[in-house]
Design a protein around this ligand. Structure first.
Ligand code: GLC
Ligand code: CA
Length: 568
């Protein structure tokens, strides 16, 4: 076992070496290194025209907020023409702006303003599927060449005279992944809703179309892409049934987790396609282009993206693997596990939130909001935050009849709460005016969280220990040379404290200390982590009850329960 681990690491090491040589040659223009990247969920950031849905002009009007924060880039969730079945992730024209978000001229103005503010703009690229209203799909149904092969079509299986889907594959959004089309007299495959047919990447014409989509937006000045659902691009060509998973016996047969996705997820050729896109981006002039990839998968398949052109293969460990029960030991395990798996030379990244997951304060609890932000800041590499993370927004629970997300609706009234992503997608809370300053309209596409009178940006700007004030300090700390170049140690101090220590030779370290206990505990931390006897508080959460700028005696260190401090 140990031997295999060593061998695997050796192989990773070698592959990593090749990559890091290539990166070092151009490393200087990797503007995303040691920065925060900020995700805007377009529908929920800022509504400029009072229709209750966020839009491009709204985003442009608020770019200064991102400059104040100090993030390097804004990633926009889909802005393209869409029937909005999956709220923009079902695209009917990859090179047009949806009228609800504005026009291409609005987009041009957004890019110009961002450039003037030295903010990079990253777009969402959704290459796994289109909307069923996309003209390509309409022509595919009609078997017009070459569109006939743009999607995954299969004949029905006839069992005892009745029509059945070609195999047992299940959609991520519940039920068969196959939908019958009565016009073409075949089933088409859809990993997500039936209104989102999957593309067939064995069509070279389709491959070219998608490269042209990238070129279209690159020519309009974007600085890179976040590629969604990239591990679903390719399906095995034998179309065999997938085996049942170990949880099959206690899940409904319609639940995708009841199958082992041997033939539909994480296929090798996904990585070849990514490399082809990398080449498209690299042959574009101007600033270096970033690729961020989204794949909820194992460490092995995540790390593999590093060698195939992704600069930021999203690391969802902070979201998926830190639990309330983790304790200092569990947190250390999650952090070390990821860092140890990284190929040498590869850039780490830490995703704090996004539109597909519950927010920190609701997934864990409100005491963890700052702590997770601080962990992402102090660890090496890029942090990716979601709009609202900087003010500690929490989920707004939804009733069944308020549910809009297809992932929730398809799960039905009993289970929608476990699957719906609506609660984390509510409008951004700017201030305490109508609809939290998001819209002049009292009615917004998803309801505003009722806590907006106390949780909003305007108030938090006036509070020195707010989530916002802390986040600003964290973002600026990323640029500190000790964080950029220092070593990383994670230590557990008497089970009460998780310590992350960043060190550069001959310099005083940067130390994050998180009290995971309910009460104050005191220790000689200086000796334990080899830190100076006296350190200064650079930042603290409100639970720590300690002033920024205060001198701390590290030989007798103690902060209140759930407190977290960064010391320099
Ligand atoms: C991406 C998006 C998610 C969407 C899915 C299917 O993973 O993040 O919101 O539902 O693609 O389109
Ligand atoms: Ca609007």
């Amino acid at each position: 076992m140990l031997l295999t681990v060593v061998c695997v690491q050796l192989i990773w090491g070698l592959v990593g070496l090749r990559e890091s040589v290539a990166q070092n040659a151009t490393g200087k223009d990797e503007w995303w290194r040691d920065t925060f990247i900020y995700q805007v969920y377009t529908r929920s950031f800022k509504d400029s025209n009072g229709d209750g849905v966020g839009d491009l002009n709204g985003i442009t009007s608020k770019l200064e907020h991102l400059v104040d924060l100090g993030v390097s880039a804004v990633w926009l969730s889909p802005i393209y023409a869409s029937p909005m079945v999956d709220f923009g992730y079902d695209i009917s024209n990859f090179t047009a702006i949806d009228p609800i978000f504005g026009t291409i001229d609005d987009f041009t103005r957004l890019i110009a303003r961002a450039k003037a503010l030295k903010l990079k703009v990253v777009l969402d690229f959704v290459p796994n599927h289109s909307s069923d209203t996309h003209p390509w799909f309409v022509k595919s149904v009609q078997r017009v060449k070459p569109f006939d092969e743009y999607y995954v079509w299969k004949d029905a299986r006839i069992v005892n005279g009745t029509r059945k889907p070609p195999n047992n594959w299940l959609s991520q959004f519940q039920g068969s992944a196959w939908e019958w089309n009565d016009q073409r007299k075949q089933y088409y495959y859809h990993q997500f809703t039936a209104r989102q047919p999957d593309f067939n990447y064995s069509s070279t014409a389709l491959q070219e179309e998608m490269k042209n989509v990238l070129r279209f937006w690159l020519n309009r000045g974007v600085d890179g892409f976040r590629i969604g659902a990239i591990n679903y691009l390719i399906e095995d060509s034998h179309f065999l049934d997938e085996p049942k998973s170990s949880s099959a016996s206690f899940l409904p047969a319609t639940d995708p987790n009841s199958l082992k996705h041997n033939y539909t997820v994480d296929r090798d050729q996904n990585y070849d396609i990514l490399q082809a896109w990398r080449r498209v981006l690299d042959s574009t002039n101007g600033t270096r282009k970033v690729i961020m990839t989204e794949a909820y998968t194992t460490p092995y398949f995540t790390m593999k993206f590093h060698q195939h052109g992704s600069n930021i293969p999203f690391n969802f460990n902070l979201i998926r693997n830190i639990k309330l029960s983790s304790g200092a030991l569990g947190c250390k395990g999650v952090i070390d596990g990821y860092l140890n798996e990284l190929p040498s030379g590869a850039l780490p990244n830490w995703v704090v939130g996004n539109h597909d997951n519950r927010r920190t304060g609701s997934r864990l609890n409100s005491r963890w909001i700052d702590q997770i932000n601080m962990i992402a800041a102090v660890l090496p590499g890029v942090a990716i935050i979601y709009n609202g993370d900087e003010i500690g927004m929490i989920d707004r629970p939804m009733a069944w009849n308020e549910t809009l997300d297809p992932a929730g609706i398809n799960a039905g009234p009993l289970n929608y709460k476990f699957k719906s992503r609506d609660s984390a997608r509510t409008p951004f809370q700017w201030d305490n005016s109508t609809s939290a300053g998001f819209s002049s309209n009292k009615k917004t596409w998803l309801p505003v969280n009722s806590n907006y009178k106390t949780v909003n940006l305007a108030i938090q700007k006036t509070q020195p220990y707010s989530h916002y004030s802390l986040m600003k300090k964290l973002i600026s700390l990323k640029k500190n040379p000790i964080l950029r170049n220092g070593t990383t140690e994670t230590t557990i101090v008497h089970y009460a404290y998780l310590a992350i220590v960043r060190r550069l030779q001959n310099q005083s370290p940067v130390v994050l200390l998180i009290n995971v206990h309910k009460t104050l505990v005191r220790y000689d931390i200086a000796a334990f982590i080899n830190a100076p006897d006296k350190m200064t508080v650079y930042a603290a959460n409100s639970w720590a009850n300690i002033s920024v700028g205060a001198q701390v005696d590290m030989t007798n260190f103690g902060i209140d329960g759930y407190g977290a401090v960064i010391l320099i």
